[in-house]
Write a protein that binds this ligand. Sequence first.
Ligand SMILES: [Zn+2]
Length: 310
Amino acid sequence: MRIAVLTLLLLACGAAALAQTTPPAAQPPTAQPAAPAAPATPAQPAFVTIKVDGTDNVYVFRYQGYQSMFVVTPEGVIATDPIGYLRPQAVKTYLDEIRKITSAPIKYVVYSHHHFDHISGGRPFKDLGATFIAQRRAKEHLEALQYSDAVIPDEVVDEKRTLALGGTELELSYVGRNHSDNSLVMRLPKEKLLFAVDFIPIEAVNFRNVPDSWPIEWEDSLKKVLAMDWDRLIPGHPYKGRLGTKEDVKNLLAFMQELSAEVKQAADQGKCADTAMKEVKLEKYQTWLSYGQYLAGNVERYCYWWGRGY
Ligand SMILES: [Zn+2]
C-alpha cells in the first residue's frame, strides 16, 4: 500500500466519521454501515478523488460515506454510480472532479446495482450525453419503481459485456443474486482491479437485516468473484479506508457460511427469530465494522431463510 492508497485510507476513515453526523432523515435506506469506531475529525473533507496507486487512469471518487470508480481515457470517461441520493451536490462535485482531470466526453455511466443510494442523481451525466448501462433486472426495477431521481439505463447487460474505450477495457459481469438480484462486477483486466458495491463489504458485517438479499446464492457469487483474475477491490463504501483483497472476500464468505450454519441450527431448535437474534454471536468477527450494530439484524435475515424458507 503506497501513499495514494494510504491517503485514501486516512481520508476515508474521516469520511465514515462524517457520514455518522448526517441527520437520520438523510440516511439512505440501503446504505452500508459507516465506520462506527472512527473518531470524528472535523478537518476531514466531505469528498476526495484519488488515483488508484499503480494505475494510469483509474480513480476513486468518495463523497461522504460513498465511493464510485471512474476511468479516464483519451476517447472519454467511463463513470460508475452517481452516488447522488438526496444530495445533488455530490453529483456536481463528481463532475467537477472529473473535469479537473480531463475534458474528454463522459461516454458511459455504469450502475453497480439498482439501489437508489448508489445510483441516484445521474441526470447531469445524462445531459452531457452519457450512455447509462446496468444489469437487465436493474433496469426492470427502476422502470417499475419510477423513482424520480434515477436515470433509466439505456443499455443492459445479461451476463457479461466488455466496454472498450480509448485503450482501456472494463469487463462487466453478472455473478448471480447476492445483495440485490442485479449486481454487476466491474473488472479492469489490465489493472487487475475490481469495483463491486455492497455485496463485498470489507471487514464489515452486512447492513442491518440484509434487505433485498439472497443469502445462499450470495456465497456462490463470492466464489465466482474469487475465481476472477484481480488483485485489488474498490468497494462502494470506504469501510476501513482501504482497497479490498481476495483475502477479504474469503473472510466474508467464511463469515456468511458460519453465520448461516449457526442460524440454521438455531432455527432447527425453534429459536428464530428473537431468541437467535439475542444468542447467536460470532466473536471472531467482533472487530469488524458494525458487528455490534448489525449482527442481530444479519441473524434475523438468516432466521427468515432457515426458519421460514424465504
Ligand atoms: Zn445496495
